[in-house]
Design a protein around this ligand. Structure first.
Ligand code: SAM
Length: 310
């Protein structure tokens, strides 16, 4: 691997059927999964979740799981819904499909561009609408208190060591409800705890939520996990002073670096404050802090060189 880049090495390891996050852990200095490892691992897996939806046993579990979530969202009366770490949108699509009162606006984002792009196609195939973009769980380009229901389904999972910052960020953007469906090392079985250790999955989300001062209104094992070795719980957090903060998102995106609103310029998203451009790649906004291209003159510079005619 010495003369190979981590990306080349990952592609080869993936072709050999290896667990990419484990490969990155073995070569790194830390036990935890780095963001790069998570992004590469999931980007390489693109298509695997939609392939699972072709299998009857998986479909049945997914339908039950999403029906239960949809009924919780219906009881809340969610007008805006966002899934953080939406992957290929196989959960988001069926939750939206099963909601009785459709939200006015739905969103999803993921670290992986490829999964997000495939997710967009999946939403279309199921006949539901949601805006998808690329972003990172601990720097979400959405204003404070702007979404009625923010939820995750196994997205905090690989981010051991970043649980506190991620929960704080998810809480920041919700106006009323944060719902986490994540592996539980406290309520899950012994096998689940072993699985969580083996893969270095997130820990103690319920306690972290309490430590952050959040109001947890439900915490229990949530059924219909497709992997019995990875039981998940629901942690339903209600935000205090909620309606006071509630905003409908119009111009939705803010800069993940400075939190100022972004404006659309020549088909991309420009932050005037930082002088950076976030590309929109094949229709998908790429809104991680590291996606920023320093181009302070972007709005002013026109297509060709200035005319030299007298
Ligand atoms: C196990 S998959 C679940 C996908 C989807 N929520 C579902 O239910 O099918 C986890 C997803 O979370 C995303 N993810 C993990 N860590 C993330 C992070 N720090 N920021 C954004 N996305 C993340 C991964 O890219 C991956 O697509």
């Amino acid at each position: 691997m010495d003369d190979k880049s981590p990306l080349m090495e990952s592609r080869e390891a993936f072709a050999q059927g290896k667990n990419i996050m484990a490969v990155w852990r073995e070569r790194g200095l830390t036990d935890a999964n780095s963001l790069d490892a998570i992004e590469v691992a999931y980007d390489l897996q693109t298509g695997s979740y939609q392939a699972l939806m072709e299998k009857a046993w998986f479909r049945e579990i997914k339908y039950k799981f999403t029906a239960e979530l949809a009924s919780i969202f219906d009881n809340i009366g969610a007008e805006t819904v966002l899934e953080a770490g939406a992957g290929e949108a196989t959960t988001l699509a069926h939750v939206l499909q099963k909601m009785q009162a459709k939200p006015v606006h739905a969103f999803g984002f993921d670290l992986s561009w490829s999964r997000t792009a495939l997710g967009r196609a999946y939403l279309k195939s199921v006949g539901v609408e949601a805006d998808l973009f690329v972003a990172e769980l601990s720097a979400i380009p959405i204003p404070d208190s702007s979404v009625d229901v923010v939820f995750t389904s196994h997205a905090v999972e690989p981010n051991r060591g970043r649980e506190r910052e991620i929960l704080s960020e998810l809480y920041r953007i919700t106006s009323r409800n944060l719902i986490l469906i994540e592996p539980s090392n406290t309520l899950g079985s012994e096998e689940t705890r072993k699985h969580i250790e083996k893969h270095q999955y997130c820990l103690n989300l319920h306690q972290i939520a309490l430590d952050l001062g959040f109001e947890v209104i439900d915490h229990r094992i949530f059924g219909n996990s497709p992997n019995p070795l990875n039981e998940h719980s629901i942690i339903h957090i209600r935000k205090k002073d909620t309606d006071k903060n509630k905003k409908v998102i119009e111009s939705i995106f803010i800069c993940p670096r400075c939190s100022k609103p972004l404006s659309e310029v020549k088909g991309h998203l420009f932050c005037e404050n930082e002088g950076v451009v976030y590309p929109i790649l094949d229709g998908i906004p790429c809104l991680r802090a590291g996606h920023a291209i320093i181009a302070g003159q972007f709005p002013k510079i026109h297509a060709g060189p200035p005319s030299r005619n007298p």
